[in-house]
Design a protein around this ligand. Structure first.
Ligand code: AMP
Ligand code: GLY
Length: 424
C-alpha cells in the first residue's frame, strides 16, 4: 500500500518511522517532510495547506491513505476535501477539528456535556474582559480563541500580567483574528499529562499516556515552546486516573460529539491537569502531540497502517492494542534563540555515531540537506528518543546519545523526565 503523511516535524518523522516497519506498506510519501524523513520516505515539495496539490498528488500516485500530522490543515478542512473526493484520510472534519481550532467551541461543548474543566467566561469586549479579570483576581488564565501555534495562552500570576496579556491578544492582535474572542478561565493546579486516543467516531483505542515539557528551560522556566521533550508512560496517570480520563473525559467527548451529529475520526488529544487523582481538561487537540508522539511510537507494537485503515473504514473495534511494557524518553535539541528568533543552516554532526546505538532513534524536526550537508532548518531541530526498561534508563540512554551530537548554538533541557523520577 502507498501512504502519504502530511507535515514536516518530529511527529511526522515518528509516524513515517513507524509506518516503515509495516509489512503492508510499499511506499511512503511525505509532504513536505524533512531531511530525516527523506532517508525513509519520498519527500514531495507540497505545502500542508495546498489541498489542490495534495489531492492531485494522491490521485496521480494512487495513494491508498493519507495521515495528517499538524492542526492547521485539519482546521482548514483537509479531511472534508479528501472525503469529497473519495480518498481515505486520517483526521477529523473541519467541524470536529473545532475542538482544537476554537477554544470557545471546546469550552461550551465541555460545559454542555459536563466534562471536567476550569470555570470560564468568553469575551468579545476588551472592556468587559478587563472588568472580569479585576473582579476575579490572579492567578488567572487568558486564551486567544483560535489557533496560535501553541502560544495563545497566558497563565498570569498577577493582575498586571493578565491585563497586559489581554491587551496583547485583543487590542494589539498579536495572534490576529485568533484573538477576536478570548476565554478567561480559572487557573488550575496539579500535574499535567497528555492522553491521546485513536478513534473512528464509534470506538476508542487509547494510546499510552505521556507528559510534555513546554517551557524552554530546566525547572519549567522561561517561555512556552512547542515542547522541549516528552516521556511515556506518565506515572501520574495511574490505572485509576486512566479510568476516570476515559469515563469522564474521552468517552463523553467522542459520544457527546456523536450525539450532536459530529463524527470525530482520527486522534483526540486531551491536555490534562491532574490533582488528587482527578483529571481536568486544559485543552483538546485534534491530532497527535509533538513531541509526545516520538516516545509513544517507540512503545507501540501495533501496525500504524492497520490502525489508520481501521479509523478510515470505521472498524477500529477490531484492533487489539499492543504496547511494550517499557518506557521512552524524547529530548528535543533546539536552535540558539528558540522559541524566539533563531538562525538556520548550522551543520549537524554526530548522527552516524548515534545510529549505532541500540534502542535510540533521532527523530528530525527542523533539518534539511544543503550541498550534501545535514543542517538545522527550524527552532526544534532533533528529538533524541530512547527506550529503556524504565524511565530512568530510557533517560540515561537519550542523554548519552546527545553527547555525540553537535550543532552551533544547540540547546536542550537537562531535566526531561525528572518530574516522573522525582515523584513522591
Ligand atoms: P493550552 O494550549 O490550552 O493547553 O495551554 C497551554 C498551557 O497553558 C498548558 O499546557 C498549561 O500549562 C497552561 N494552562 C492552560 N490552561 C490552564 C489553566 N486553566 N490553569 C493552569 N494552567 C493552564
Ligand atoms: N506537545 C504539545 C502539543 O503537541 O500540542
Amino acid at each position: 500500500m502507498k501512504v502519504l503523511v502530511v507535515g514536516s516535524g518530529g511527529r511526522e518523522h515518528a509516524i513515517v518511522w513507524k509506518l516503515s516497519q509495516s509489512n503492508t506498506v510499499d511506499r511512503i510519501f511525505c509532504a513536505p517532510g524533512n531531511a530525516g524523513i527523506s532517508e525513509i520516505a519520498e519527500c514531495v515539495d507540497i505545502s500542508v495547506n495546498d489541498f489542490d496539490a495534495l489531492i492531485n498528488f494522491v490521485k496521480h500516485y494512487w495513494i491508498d491513505i493519507t495521515i495528517v500530522g499538524p492542526e492547521e490543515p485539519l482546521a482548514k478542512g483537509i479531511v472534508d476535501v479528501f472525503e469529497r473526493e473519495g480518498r481515505k484520510i486520517v483526521g477529523p472534519s473541519k467541524i470536529a477539528a473545532q475542538m482544537e481550532s476554537s477554544k470557545v467551541f471546546a469550552k461550551e461543548f465541555m460545559k454542555r456535556h459536563r466534562i471536567p474543566t476550569a470555570e470560564y467566561k468568553v469575551f468579545t469586549s476588551h472592556t468587559h474582559a478587563e472588568e472580569y479579570i479585576r473582579m476575579k483576581g490572579a492567578p488567572i488564565v487568558i486564551k486567544a480563541e483560535g489557533l496560535a501555534a501553541g502560544k495563545g495562552v497566558i497563565v498570569a500570576n498577577d493582575i498586571d500580567e493578565a491585563l497586559n496579556g489581554l491587551k496583547l491578544i485583543m487590542k494589539d492582535k498579536i495572534f490576529g483574528d485568533a484573538g477576536n474572542r478570548v476565554v478567561i478561565e480559572d487557573c488550575l493546579k496539579g500535574e499535567e499529562a497528555s492522553y491521546m486516543v485513536f478513534t473512528d467516531g464509534n470506538s476508542i483505542l487509547p494510546m499510552a499516556s505521556s507528559q510534555d515539557h513546554k517551557r524552554v528551560f530546566d525547572m519549567d522556566q522561561g517561555p512556552n515552546t512547542g515542547g522541549m521533550g516528552a516521556y511515556s508512560p506518565a506515572p501520574v496517570v495511574t490505572s485509576e486516573v486512566e479510568k476516570l480520563i476515559l469515563d469522564k473525559i474521552i468517552k463523553p467527548t467522542i459520544f457527546g460529539l456523536k450525539s450532536e451529529k459530529i463524527k470525530f475520526k482520527g486522534i483526540l488529544y486531551a491536555g490534562l491537569m491532574i490533582k488528587d487523582g482527578l483529571p481536568n481538561v486544559l485543552e483538546f487537540n485534534c491530532r497527535l502531540g509533538d513531541p509526545e508522539t516520538q516516545p509513544i511510537m517507540m512503545r507501540m507494537n501495533n501496525d500504524l497502517l492497520d490502525i489508520s485503515l481501521a479509523i478510515a473504514d470505521e472498524r477500529l473495534d477490531k484492533i487489539i492494542p499492543a504496547w511494550q511494557n517499557n518506557a521512552s524518553v524524547c529530548v528535543v535539541l533546539a536552535s540558539a534563540g528558540y522559541p524566539g528568533k533563531y538562525e538556520k543552516g548550522k551543520i549537524i554532526k554526530g548522527l552516524d555515531e548515534v545510529k549505532k546505538l541500540k534502542d535510540t532513534v533521532v527523530f528530525h524536526a527542523g533539518t534539511a540537506y544543503v550541498d550534501n550537508n545535514l543542517v538545522t532548518n527550524g527552532g526544534r531541530v532533533l528529538g533524541v528518543t530512547a527506550l529503556g526498561e524504565n524511565i530512568k534508563l530510557a533517560k540515561e540512554k537519550a542523554y548519552k546519545a546527545i553527547e555525540k551530537i553537535h550543532f552551533e548554538g544547540m540547546h536542550y533541557r537537562k531535566d526531561i523526565a525528572d518530574r516522573a523520577l522525582n515523584r513522591k
